[in-house]
Write a protein that binds this ligand. Structure first.
Ligand SMILES: NC(=O)c1ccc[n+]([C@@H]2O[C@H](COP(=O)([O-])OP(=O)(O)OC[C@H]3O[C@@H](n4cnc5c(N)ncnc54)[C@H](O)[C@@H]3O)[C@@H](O)[C@H]2O)c1
Length: 247
């Protein structure tokens, strides 16, 4: 089974690092031209641009800012052509006891992890819908289903991503396919001890697989969902999670 995305244009948010970077690399390796969204990470993106070659372009934009998102989508379409594949990947994590969570912290997590999916999807769907084709892939988390003490804003946002994925899938079917991915623990900066307390890091890895995923293992799911092999998938949230959650 060979996935060929030649002729397709993909926009990946938060692609300077981690899962987004791996998704951008994998889409490019399958033939897509890739728009690399980042948020002020020009240094990291420069290396990725070099690696991906002529088909890739970088776009610096805060995906929580409606004006910046609209400008980015217009620039991507002007430089690469209409967007066929949108991957809403950008995200942040916040570990904090619920009673200490401030309103600003709550708003920021919801903005990056959920509002960005609304803004980017709406901006891209405005041109996808008249063309009558395209696909959107939203990166949620296994924690959308499990919940977790001291990660309330993150879990609420990711559960919102799952609901938004299913709603958009119903609203834009059959022409446009909207699906999601709910990864388990994945070896990126988000899972580092800068982000997680040691106790949670240990619990994260106590799953049937006994290890965290590599970002490329999550990227494989994104490439599949973007491909014609997934043409009967609508509103599905696939779970490469090492057995952390078995539904
Ligand atoms: N690592 C895991 O264990 C794991 C598990 C489940 C889900 N996820 C999800 O995967 C996605 C990618 O996370 P990751 O693990 O690669 O971590 P990461 O921190 O390496 O990647 C997140 C990316 O989002 C970008 N970003 C943050 N705010 C942004 C903004 N306002 N505008 C544009 N970009 C912004 C960051 O710059 C970063 O490049 C996230 O949505 C995360 O919630 C990760």
């Amino acid at each position: 089974m060979k996935i060929d995305l030649a002729g397709k244009v993909a926009l990946v948010t938060g692609s300077a690092t981690g899962i987004g970077r791996a998704i951008a690399e994998a889409l490019s390796a399958s033939g897509a031209r890739v728009a690399l969204n980042h948020f002020g990470q020009s240094g990291l993106i420069a290396g990725l641009l070099d690696a991906l070659g002529d088909g890739a372009r970088a776009f610096d934009a805060d995906v929580t800012d409606a004006t910046a998102v609209q400008h980015m989508v217009a620039q991507v379409e002007a430089q690469l052509g209409p967007i066929d594949i949108l991957v809403n990947n950008a995200g942040i994590l916040l570990e904090k006891p619920f009673l200490e969570l401030t309103e600003n912290e709550w708003d920021r997590v919801i903005a990056v992890d959920l509002k960005s999916v609304f803004l980017c999807s709406q901006a891209v769907l405005r041109s996808m819908q008249p063309r009558g084709c395209g696909c959107i892939i939203n990166v949620a988390s296994e924690l959308a289903y499990l919940g977790r003490a001291e990660f309330s804003a993150y879990c609420a946002a990711k559960a919102g991503v799952v609901g938004l994925t299913k709603s958009l899938a119903r609203e834009f079917a059959p022409a446009i396919r909207v699906n999601g991915i709910a990864p388990g623990p994945t070896d990126t900066a988000m899972l580092s001890l800068d982000q997680l307390s040691p106790a949670w890091r240990i619990k994260e890895l106590a799953i049937p697989a006994g290890r965290a995923a590599g970002p490329e293992e999550i990227a494989a799911t994104a490439v599949f969902l973007a491909s014609d092999f997934a043409r009967f998938y609508y509103g599905q949230v696939l779970s490469p999670n090492g057995g952390a959650l078995m539904l």
